[in-house]
Design a protein. Structure first.
Length: 284
């Protein structure tokens, strides 16, 4: 198993939408002027690539500013783009403005690049919408046996009744270790959530020693799954993976790879909005 975890699904979707849009730009440029000047499709595709990355950079910077208090607590996470932190409504205008500026003297490139940027955004919306629909049809919170660090038996299905954040992890997994402080912070900020850190394949002594060495007060949140049944039950392909279940035990979101404070806070706001806000305010 790859200790770095699987490549984040949303990053794959962004790449897929970008490639589709790049292809569309070349097709449109060929039809709009490529027959007269063979360099037009190549120039349009190159300009689209530049605009695409300008848009991504602007979307990322906007997201970082939106969640700056969380990033300020852990500055290195600004470059952890695997958390999916982008604001399209900032990135798209930036990409369009950049394209307009670059085509001041080559206006024939403007239309295919504009069309490609919009088409790429629509493709991303369609792909993420499909992913959300698939998640809605996913199995509920798995009813598998687990144990506390003290050896008391528990079942995950007993956790239904309030939102559950289920993190699958192991002490040998570097990104798992890095995101543990994120969950320790969330356990304090959102007491109304049930945060379950389900260790995969390790014994109580190993996990307890890790928590003590790291100074993590997460003993109440950690459960043990020595045979790694949760990975099979949820179709998880790598660690860490975090699954978000609503109060009815329905899966509403999955994050593969390392979570940052900002991405966790953003996901909790989107999926459990009012409930999380009230709990956070009450804690403050």
């Amino acid at each position: 198993m790859n200790s770095l975890g699987p490549f984040p699904m949303r990053a794959v979707l962004v790449a897929g939408a970008g490639l589709l849009a790049w292809w569309l730009v070349r097709v449109l440029a060929r039809r709009m002027g490529g027959a007269v000047d063979a360099s037009v499709p190549k120039l349009a595709a190159a300009l689209f690539t530049d605009a695409f990355f300008v848009g991504l950079l602007a979307a990322r910077l906007g997201y970082v500013l939106r969640w700056w208090p969380e990033y300020a607590a852990s500055p290195w996470s600004v470059v952890a783009i695997g958390d999916g932190g982008f604001l399209w409504w900032i990135g798209l205008p930036a990409a369009l403005a950049f394209t307009w500026w670059r085509t001041r003297r080559q206006t024939r490139l403007r239309r295919p690049v504009f069309a490609g940027l919009v088409a790429g955004l629509l493709a991303w919306f369609a792909l993420t919408g499909t992913l959300s629909l698939l998640q809605r049809s996913a199995p509920p919170l798995p009813d598998i046996p687990a144990a506390t660090l003290d050896g008391a038996p528990v079942r995950l299905a007993e956790r239904s009744g309030k939102p559950v954040v289920l993190n699958l992890w192991a002490t040998w997994c570097p990104p798992c270790r890095r995101e543990m402080p994120v969950f320790a912070d969330a356990a304090q900020r959102y007491p109304g959530l049930d945060i379950v850190l389900l260790n995969q394949g390790e014994d109580a002594a190993t996990v307890r020693n890790f928590l003590e060495r790291q100074g993590l007060a997460l003993h109440e949140q950690v459960l043990l799954d020595p045979p790694s049944q949760a990975m099979l039950a949820t179709g998880t392909r790598g660690l860490p993976t975090t699954l978000f279940f609503d109060a009815n035990g329905r899966l509403v979101h999955t994050h593969m790879g390392e979570l940052t404070r900002a991405s966790l806070a953003d996901t909790l706001r989107k999926r459990f909005g009012t409930h999380v806000a009230k709990q956070s305010e009450a804690k403050e």
